[in-house]
Design a protein around this ligand. Structure first.
Ligand code: THU
Length: 133
């Protein structure tokens, strides 16, 4: 199954519409494509106790996992200001847990301008379940 980057980016923008970011004003959206072809969207959800904030990427991944889809084939991420928004360190670690080996991480300004990264590029030497064996 080919990955439709444009579709996933548009879904990420849809996810961003529900962003709850009254403190930073920085809205982020994400869309996850699972191995079996399902798409889950997510947004950042902030909190008056700032540390309780959840990023868009984790919202989308946790929605997928909570619905029984643990294998992520691709994730699209959109932020603000027509710039590429790279996932934070915690989200990279969560991606490492649920990513298929060839996961595509799509960072998008819009549906025409995007770059695709591998997990190894943005999280080299990741600590994963294999390190616990
Ligand atoms: N944020 C995300 O949702 N994803 C990222 O990868 C970077 C940061 C959110 C968290 C917070 O609500 C806002 O962006 C500013 O840090």
């Amino acid at each position: 199954m080919e990955i439709d980057c444009k579709e996933l980016i548009l879904k990420a923008f849809q996810g961003r519409e529900n962003a709850y970011a009254p403190y930073s004003g920085f809205k982020v959206g994400a869309a996850v494509l699972t191995e079996d072809g399902n798409i889950y969207t997510g947004c950042n959800i902030e909190n008056a106790s700032y540390g309780a904030t959840n990023c868009a990427e984790r919202t989308a991944i946790f929605k997928a996992v909570s619905e029984g889809h643990e294998n992520v084939k691709a994730i699209a991420i959109v932020g603000e200001k027509n710039k590429y928004t790279y996932p934070c360190g915690i989200c990279r670690q969560v991606m490492a847990e649920f990513a298929l080996p060839d996961i595509k991480i799509i960072l998008a300004k819009n549906e025409r301008e995007y770059i695709v990264k591998t997990l190894d590029e943005i999280l080299p030497g990741a600590f994963t379940k294999k390190d616990l064996l």
